[in-house]
Design a protein around this ligand. Sequence first.
Ligand SMILES: Nc1ncnc2c1ncn2[C@@H]1O[C@H](COP(=O)(O)OP(=O)(O)OP(=O)(O)O)[C@@H](O)[C@H]1O
Ligand SMILES: Cc1ncsc1CCO
Length: 406
Amino acid sequence: MFATPTKTNTKSVIGTVGTQAILSAISDATNVATVSIGGINHSNVQRVMYQSQSPNKSLDGVAIVSAIMAADDPKASTEEFAKLIKSPPAFALNPRSARVNEAEALIEEVPEIVRKMVEAHPFVHNMINFVVVNFVANVALSMCVFHYYLCVIARFFANHRRSGASPIMAPYGEEAPDLARLDGSLLINMGTLNGDSVSNYLKALQAYNARGAPVVYDPVGAAATEIRRNAVSTLLAGGYFDLVKGNEGEIRQVWGSNAEQQRGVDSGPSTLNGQQKARLARDLARRERNVVLMTGAVDYLSDGERVIAVENGHHYLGQVTGTGCAIGTISGCFLTAHRSDKLLAVLSGILMYEIAAENAASKEYVRGPGSFVPAFLDELYAIRTAAAKGDDSWFVGRARVHDVKV
Ligand SMILES: Nc1ncnc2c1ncn2[C@@H]1O[C@H](COP(=O)(O)OP(=O)(O)OP(=O)(O)O)[C@@H](O)[C@H]1O
Ligand SMILES: Cc1ncsc1CCO
């Protein structure tokens, strides 16, 4: 399953993705029992059982060396494993089967979810790239956030230092267990990786997974360099992401096949048609047992069962850096506020966001991306204010959303 010091003769580490592929290939063999071995411990065993599962076959068990033999109390450790493998992880997703008019049914629920999010003042712990920090903070403040924590900022703000407050080394993964107790969500956006980033992300990921708190992964520039491609594999092996969001190039890289070399962080020219994008989002969500959002002129959103296309938005969004990154943060807000249907939570967030963008772009004083940004923040704030008063008129007749059959 994973790399482990007890084995040195491993050709490759197959992870849950490889295990799931094997289980699918032998799903007819009902008389074949399966166990997984390698690097499994109390903190990852539920995820291993959950994410390895193929539609018709699951692991029957796990084989453990270190976490039992090196435990102070091997009997208690074994009993704990026996309990854990029988119960799903706290973050388990139970996708709803698509109803006849799923998109229409979901749309009816969106204003209520937006109101819920606005009232909840959700907390989002951001590990985000330094290019977009200011923009994303302003988007989050405009639309929802009460407490805001920017983990990319190495030192606290200058005025805090002047007033004598202690500096906060926020990108430090060791801080995540404390932050995870605040009942918010975590965003990992790997836009500006450095040598410490991945180990910090892993610590934070494990802290939030342990509590079943939502985690969003934005694999920015995933196909741009070898370092980023490796970071994707390490992070997928290291924990569970409730939502993976990215542009076409990034989602293709996370899927792991036919990825094009990205030139920077933008997706580059699309090589997939709408059906192919919808299928890719659906297949990745099925494989990871989570929710996947592929952004672009049309966004594709899937939880492995339902596939929804969102046609809202404005091309100015594609002309301002960080508009994709901000969706990671707002998805964190919505996933925190509405836990029972993760796809609906993310859909509500992108509709609020993209309708605000349309409203902003239609202002006569907006002439391009520069004047669009302040107008966009104003429109997010206007929707949030309306939603807080129970006024849904901002949403009536506006959603351009449909089911995709793949
Ligand atoms: N041509 C377009 N028409 C309408 N909406 C668009 C268009 N291009 C992008 N968008 C919207 O812009 C937002 C960001 O998507 P995009 O795919 O550009 O993200 P990204 O490449 O990850 O951005 P970044 O890395 O700059 O943060 C989404 O809401 C998407 O729907
Ligand atoms: C331009 C850029 N480079 C690294 S992150 C980033 C912001 C958009 O994702």
